[in-house]
Design a protein around this ligand. Sequence first.
Ligand code: SAH
Ligand code: DHB
Ligand code: MG
Length: 224
Amino acid sequence: MGEHDFRELIREVDRYVEDLYAPPDPALESALRESRRAGLPRIQISPVEGKLLQLLAATAAARRILEIGTLGGYSAIHLARALPENGTLLSLEIDERHAEVARENVARAGLAGRVEVRVGDARELLAGLVESGAGPFDLVFIDADKEGYPEYLEWSLKLSRPGSLILADNAIRGGSVLDPQDESARATREFNEALARHPRLSALVLPLLRERVDGLAIARVLEP
Ligand code: SAH
Ligand code: DHB
Ligand code: MG
């Protein structure tokens, strides 16, 4: 099979799974439409990855979720839908404009009561959360600047308990993590290696095939 055929097959398989398990949904469609209209970059997770996040959050019976990197709230809507009535999702976003669009999208999805979008550099907001004794969170989803991943992992561990899930988008980056010379993927490689060797984590990276190869890191916090 040629490379072109393989890419086409990947696209078709993704579409097949999406049509069956992540069909169009009014709140998600309008979140994408409004995000596009506001000029936000189109770098949100895919519908299939969203469904995976929702399944993982529900399976973990997560009541408190922390997200790092909100954008227009597309992933936040998926995660918040898995929460029970009194559950909460706190999402950290550096860009005030992104946060505004996200709050509107979340409200349109009927989830405003469960979701807080907090504006600031995640590094500072995470330090503040630890400082104030926030957490533990049942699930953390890391999806902000890739340079920050190693540091976000350390903060996530501080804000977790045994049994918590730590997830991270873009763990493969089109395969660039495979090239030890690729500086743009250095922090992601460092993150993946830290996950692999961390004594308090059981983890893997699940490759996700869409337009390009990427991956979702999935880690479970173990007993100390
Ligand atoms: N999780 C979103 C996509 C997030 S894109 C979704 O799938 O729907 C990455 C986001 O991280 C962008 O909105 C960007 O503004 C934000 N970001 C980048 N650096 C950040 C930082 N240091 N602190 C907090 N947010 C940051
Ligand atoms: C890109 C994709 C992402 O999922 C993300 O979180 C940040 C950037 C990108 O394709 O550039
Ligand atoms: Mg991402």
